[in-house]
Design a protein around this ligand. Structure first.
Ligand SMILES: Nc1nc2c(c(=O)[nH]1)N[C@@H](CN(C=O)c1ccc(C(=O)N[C@@H](CCC(=O)O)C(=O)O)cc1)CN2
Ligand SMILES: [Mg+2]
Length: 297
């Protein structure tokens, strides 16, 4: 039995960031403008703090300006809306990112809709979701955009492939399905009420798992030779007994990776697969937004 190719998202994203750094240099030379990304964090969620710090470091590393905004966990929705309004009108800001999840007292859709769609580098605004749905994408959500790059790298053309997306979130599942459709796949979206999931999985040439349940997708569900993209980032107790007793955790995906790698032709690991692509695609979107915003002037 041949083992699957492990799709190295760390290496791919590092190469992409090098290319973005070149794009930023060219952009600066041509337009005399430095792209700026504003990153907003509300509260102290430990994982969010890490992601936000990485985003800021990588923004600077590719030669763009990073603008950091931290609001207290008790900040009001209006304070956040006021900040977004200021950033929407700031010509030095080409991309605005509000880290999710937000504290419960803040209505996430209201916040996302307040961001200028042309600066919405997360691609979550309804205008950008609509553009993607009608096949004229502008700023595309970062995680699905990264998944597409990894898939195209593995398979070349995706035309005519049967693709199964497990999960229908607005951040991953839905935009992922739209991107696969745009790439001429036959797309099925499964969710918690789907009855014949295993059967659907066995027909899929491409499986994208974004359910948030550790090791949910089993090797026995996969069609031999399928390409498996694991979007899950699930924190579970460490394997080592001493580490577990000390309360240590590790990250696993939504796919039973070890067994699935014996059936798939290519598979993303967790960590080191899709995750690193998210931030690289955010930087890519920021350069894109800066290009769009400065092209008319
Ligand atoms: N406004 C947004 N909020 C959130 C997004 C998003 O795209 N926009 N996505 C996630 C979190 N996220 C970025 O924000 C993100 C998640 C994971 C990774 C990553 O590199 N993961 C590593 C493992 C990291 C670890 O050890 O914890 C990997 O998979 O290798 C990057 C970014 C929710 N919020
Ligand atoms: Mg909320």
């Amino acid at each position: 039995m041949t083992e699957a190719i492990i799709i190295d998202g760390k290496e791919f994203s590092s190469n992409l960031r090098n290319k973005i750094a070149e794009d930023v240099k060219t952009f600066k030379k041509e337009r005399n403008v430095v792209p700026g990304l504003a990153v907003v964090l509300v509260g102290e969620d430990p994982a969010s703090r890490i992601y936000v710090r990485k985003k800021e470091e990588m923004t600077t590393a590719v030669g763009m300006n990073s603008l950091s905004y931290r609001l207290d966990a008790n900040a009001s929705q209006q304070e956040l809306l006021d900040l977004i309004e200021t950033l929407n009108h700031d010509p030095a800001v080409h991309g605005i990112l509000v880290q999710l999840p937000l504290p419960k007292h803040i209505d996430t859709p209201t916040i996302l809709e307040a961001i200028d769609p042309d600066k919405d580098v997360d691609g979550f605004h309804v205008v950008n979701a609509g553009r993607l749905a009608i096949g004229t994408p502008s700023l595309v959500p970062c995680t699905p955009a990264g998944c597409m790059m990894l898939l195209e790298h593995s398979l070349g053309s995706l035309k005519g492939k049967n693709a199964l997306v497990i999960g229908r979130s607005t951040i991953v599942g839905r935009p992922m399905a739209q991107l696969l459709l745009a790439a001429d796949c036959t797309v099925t979206v499964a969710h918690r009420h789907t009855k014949n999931l295993e059967e659907l999985c066995r027909q899929a040439d491409i499986v994208v798992a974004a359910v948030g349940i550790p090791h949910f997708v089993k090797a026995s569900w996969l069609k031999p030779g399928a390409v498996v993209i694991d979007v899950g980032i699930n924190r579970v107790p460490a394997e080592d007994e001493a580490a577990k007793a000390a309360g240590k955790t590790r990250i696993v995906g939504d796919v039973d990776f070890v067994e699935a790698a014996k059936v798939a032709s290519a598979i993303t690991p967790v960590p080191g697969g899709v995750g690193p692509m998210t931030i690289a695609c955010l930087l890519n979107n920021t350069v894109q937004a800066a290009r769009n915003l400065t092209s008319a002037s």
